[in-house]
Design a protein around this ligand. Structure first.
Ligand code: ADP
Length: 190
């Protein structure tokens, strides 16, 4: 199996690159952000709880997203592999993911991190906010908070995979196709 963690701050381009990767490598895309937004759209209890936190730009509890990923792994037993997008976002989530995959006799093949500086991220997110309709993209204070959450809680996840020798970084500036080809160059070695 090819199991990729696509990593990077909000606005780094994980969603865009995931779409291209799932086509090329025939993988199942698991985006915790997308799953949470669909819970919100469906008006589930989980969605209602998550919305309060997402609108403030803070992470939802580990147990919630770990449970969601566990369900998705179970419902995609025949997958050739997965792209984890926006997950794991804390070291606890990364540890839980390792355990879930081990229980299915598989593992993470590698993490590919998109490298983009803070100033560019702020610009991209505000631009995206104009047409994404996402409340958390529309407010500069919420964007700042998301980047802060990323720096405090999510950035350490890179070290978790570095320690396992699975960390790879790619320049996240450039055209979509340039970045995609850099990602594929890494993925093809895994
Ligand atoms: P972005 O990476 O652009 O911020 P996402 O769609 O990945 O967008 O996430 C949006 C929000 O959903 C986050 O700010 C957070 O509140 C919540 N969220 C998504 N994934 C996770 C996760 N793995 N753990 C905790 N919260 C999450």
């Amino acid at each position: 199996m090819l199991n990729l963690v696509l990593f990077g701050p909000p606005g780094a381009g994980k969603g865009t690159q995931s779409q291209k990767l799932i086509e090329k490598y025939n993988l199942v895309h698991l985006s915790t952000g997308d799953i949470l937004r669909s819970e919100i759209t469906n008006g589930t209890e989980l969605g209602l709880e998550a919305k309060k936190l997402m609108d403030q730009g803070v992470l939802v509890p580990d147990a919630v997203v770990i449970g969601m990923i566990s369900n998705k792994l179970d419902s995609n037993k025949d997958a050739r592999g997965f792209i984890f997008d926006g997950f794991p976002r804390t070291v606890a989530q990364a540890e839980a993911l390792d355990a879930l995959l081990a229980s299915k006799s598989t593992q993470i093949s590698g993490m590919i991190a998109l490298d983009v500086e803070d100033e560019e991220l702020q610009k991209r997110l505000l631009l995206r906010g104009k047409d994404s309709g996402r409340p958390d993209d529309a407010n500069p204070e919420v964007i700042r908070r998301r980047i802060e959450e990323y720096n405090n809680k999510t950035a350490p996840v890179a070290n978790f995979y570095k320690d396992q020798g699975k960390y790879h970084s790619v320049n996240g500036l450039g055209s979509i196709d340039e970045i995609f080809s850099a990602i594929c160059n890494v993925a093809d070695t895994l």
